[in-house]
Design a binder for this molecule. Structure first.
Ligand code: DGJ
Length: 760
């Protein structure tokens, strides 16, 4: 069941499917009121009773008798400032005379099957019209002669409503959009917690939860790449009693990779107003007669089954209706990336040796990371020169890629297409192509600057270089990196009154290059990256089905990063590799079994020199690759992900993925520090069929040791396979008994169990 209903008499729209209801009313002043958003309710001819109005002191009444309508006390769909509402607006428009008073009144609406495309912007999509219905409401400001279209798409099979807004200007005088949020949603009360994903380089997307309070709260990104590693373009409102598995949660995920704002304002009457969209800071978009502006899309998910329910909806939707292209439904190749193995210190011989070693153990794709182009022997030079450094690789990328294919692997390449070093041919030819403000200092990060992607000629030039490279070589995968935040936003190509457009135009330029490259080379698998996971957002997933999750490749750190990332993003999108020990970010030594067990819950690959591993480790690596080949369909394509025990709250982290038919599952149970003589542990699974009998299989991998421990002698390394049978209800209600001695054998600190669960 899915319908967008309009009740002509009561002027009410009801968007509803089996999961969710969203009810809007056209008010007496022609603006839109939000009457309800939440769990699905029956339709009714009239929902007027949900409008609450009472005389209040200081009320600025915009419609006196009989309605006494006052905007400050009304839950609105797209509120504005200056007409009696004293809270954060959804839009602000400066007009020629300096006024910012606007009045968008309902004109008409359209209900159609399917979902419109957002020109030049990433967005969720449908594959057939029956999957969704879209309501677009046209409002008009007659003084400016501007239309505002509010779009709502309701998906049939998900508790999902997507929203965006569009301004179409027909007035003779230009207007300036100074704030144009994607959506505003208002809730009747303030009994919510605000959840966000916050972090920094190496510790991206840690979930943070706080109680709402009267006044302003929220998160923003101003780094030019959504929020960089600091804030992800996502927030959720959770009822205070909502947990991982129970309770109401409202998720808001912005499909955008530029500066954003998620703003929550609670009034002193306990009403909660949430708006999300492009960050108004440093933003002003000029609309001349005949021009239009479209905001990015926000994907709103309702869950009455806790945070886990919300995450699984995002996972399913993003994996099947945001990610595109041939890789969407395909298990991802197991790769070896040379970055942590060699950094800049490599040549063709070293790379080919690494590729041969990778082939030996079953790797499918070799990725050559930073350092292959221009004069790139360190991070001070070369960015912008996307042609091979023949001193390092005499065969060129075309020759090397063919040689790697002859070895029996696919070949992938790292690029950082938005950047430029002063020491580069590109800079020498076009010193004015970078983002910089005249007469001002320009900040560097990693000795590099950002190219001005708001300029089409810059994007065209980079496209030209990439086209040549990709056309001539055998490239199956591209890692598109972005290693600095943006400063001194100013474009030499824009007039003064359009400088406020620069940051958004930049990201539109990035999207346009992605669009051209992915449509010209549809078979190439793109992985986005930004100093690790500083640009892990839905906008990127539309073009690149996977994102390098973090530069912190330590397995124990990854428990937190991948756990937090899974709040919104599907497991298939999480770039995860096994790296060497001691780990290069934290100097920690974790068991190889743990490193692989954590990386399985992602795209899986290695980032080390295989030639430096012992025979035991190599045999383990072979088995791990074989294991991943057998399970990657379940992990990346078919499975539903359940978080069980949070690394932010416990010493033990638990999560699992369960196939749609609930016949197979894979569960991870990992600990941080080992405990001595500790209490018993039960690992309770989720998502299984209670009445199905399962075989649970796991391995105790003991790494070589040359010393005696009481009761345990030295070993050259051994693997013991265990299994038992149990019904789903036992596994979920009683749990798996975890023997502490096994934690000891698995390596003690940072040990992990990996359970293969199959219906028999
Ligand atoms: C940052 C990325 O996150 C790393 O994986 C690596 O590609 C380096 N950049 C290369 O400069």
């Amino acid at each position: 069941m899915m319908s967008v209903i309009f009740h002509e008499k009561s002027k009410v729209f009801h968007l509803t499917n089996s999961y969710v209801s969203y009810i809007i009313r056209i008010m007496e002043n022609g603006q839109l009121e939000n009457l309800y958003y939440g769990k699905a309710v029956h339709d009714s001819e009239n929902f007027d009773r949900l409008h609450e109005e009472g005389w209040r002191s200081q009320a600025a009444v915009c419609m006196p008798d009989p309605s006494e309508l006052s905007m400050h006390y009304t839950r609105q769909e797209y509120p504005v400032y200056g007409t009696g509402d004293f809270k954060s607006p959804a839009c602000t428009i400066r007009q020629e005379n300096g006024s910012r008073i606007v009045d968008f009144k309902y004109v008409s609406h359209e209900i159609s099957d399917g979902k419109p495309v957002l020109e030049g912007l990433p967005a969720t999509y449908v594959e057939s019209d029956g999957e969704a219905q879209t309501l677009s409401v046209r409002l008009h400001d007659s003084l400016m002669n501007t239309d505002l279209y509010l779009y709502y798409t309701l998906y049939r099979d998900y508790p999902v409503i997507t929203r965006h807004a569009q301004f179409v200007h027909a007035g003779d005088d230009s207007i300036f959009l100074e704030r144009a949020m994607s959506a505003g949603v208002e809730f009747l009360d303030m009994k919510y917690d605000l959840l966000q994903l916050s972090g920094a380089w190496g510790r991206e997307r840690y979930p943070k939860r706080r109680r709402l309070e009267m006044g302003l709260q929220g998160i923003q990104g101003l780094a030019g790449t959504t929020a960089g590693a600091e804030q992800n373009p996502f927030v959720a409102l959770l009822r205070p009693d909502a947990t991982e598995d129970f309770g109401e949660v409202y998720g808001f995920s912005l499909v955008y990779s530029g500066n954003f704002l998620a703003n929550v304002e609670v009034s002193t009457f306990d009403m909660t107003r949430l708006s999300i969209g492009i960050n108004p800071e440093n933003f002003a978009w000029k609309l001349e007669k005949g021009q239009s502006f479209t905001t990015p899309e926000v994907v709103m998910v309702y869950s009455d089954s806790g945070l886990g329910g919300m995450s699984r909806t995002y996972h399913r939707l993003y994996r099947s209706r945001l990610i595109r292209g041939i890789w969407r439904d395909k298990a991802r190749p197991i790769l070896l990336n040379n970055w942590e193995g060699t950094y800049f210190d490599f040549n063709e011989e070293i790379i080919l040796k690494m590729a041969r070693e990778a082939k030996e153990v079953g790797v499918e794709l070799f990725v050559l990371d930073d350092g292959w182009f221009g004069k790139r022997d360190d991070d001070r030079r070369g960015l912008g020169d996307w042609f091979c450094n023949l001193d390092k690789i005499p065969s060129g990328i075309d020759g090397l890629s063919r040689k790697v294919e002859e070895i029996g692997l696919k070949f992938g390449l790292w690029v950082e297409l938005e950047m430029i070093n002063e020491d580069s041919d590109l800079y020498r030819a076009h010193p004015d192509w970078l983002i910089q403000a005249p007469g001002r200092n320009r900040c560097q990060t990693r000795h590099q600057y950002v190219l001005d992607y708001s300029r089409k000629e810059v994007v065209d030039h980079i496209y030209g270089m990439m086209y040549e490279l990709l056309r001539k070589s055998k490239i199956s995968y591209i890692k598109w990196d972005m290693n600095r935040y943006m400063t001194e936003p100013f474009s030499a190509a824009l007039p003064a009154d359009r400088q406020g457009e620069m940051m958004h135009r930049y990201i539109l330029g990035v999207y346009s290059l992605y669009e051209r490259l992915t449509s010209e080379f549809p078979e190439i698998l793109f992985e986005s990256c930004a100093s690790g996971g500083a640009r892990f957002d839905p906008g990127m997933l539309y073009y690149a089905p996977q994102t390098w999750c973090s530069d912190d490749s330590d397995a124990n750190e990854r428990l937190k990063i991948q756990y937090g990332t899974s709040v919104v993003y599907p497991i298939s999108s999480i770039g995860a590799h096994v790296s060497a020990v001691p780990n290069h970010q934290v100097m920690r030594k974790t068991p190889l079994h743990t490193r692989a067990s954590v990386a399985y819950f992602g795209t899986f690959g290695y980032e080390l020199v295989l030639g430096k591993l012992s025979d035991f480790e190599l045999s383990q690596v072979r088995q791990q690759i074989d294991f991943m080949k057998r399970h990657r369909e379940l992990i990346q394509i078919d499975g539903d992900f359940y978080r069980i025990s949070s690394p932010f709250e416990h010493n033990e982290t638990g999560w699992m993925t369960v196939s749609q038919d609930r016949k197979s599952a894979l569960a991870l149970y990992a600990q941080t520090l080992n405990k001595v003589n500790a209490s018993w542990v039960r690992f309770k699974l989720k998502g299984l069929d209670p009445d199905t009998k399962y075989r649970v299989r796991y391995e105790i991998v003991e790494e070589p040791r040359d010393f005696f421990i009481y009761g345990m002698g030295p070993t050259e390394g051994k693997v013991e396979t265990r299994e038992f049978l149990a019904y789903g209800d036992e596994l979920m209600n009683i749990g798996i008994v975890v023997d502490r001695i096994d934690f000891f054998k698995l390596g003690g600190d940072f040990a992990a169990f990996l359970y293969e669960i199959d219906a028999i």
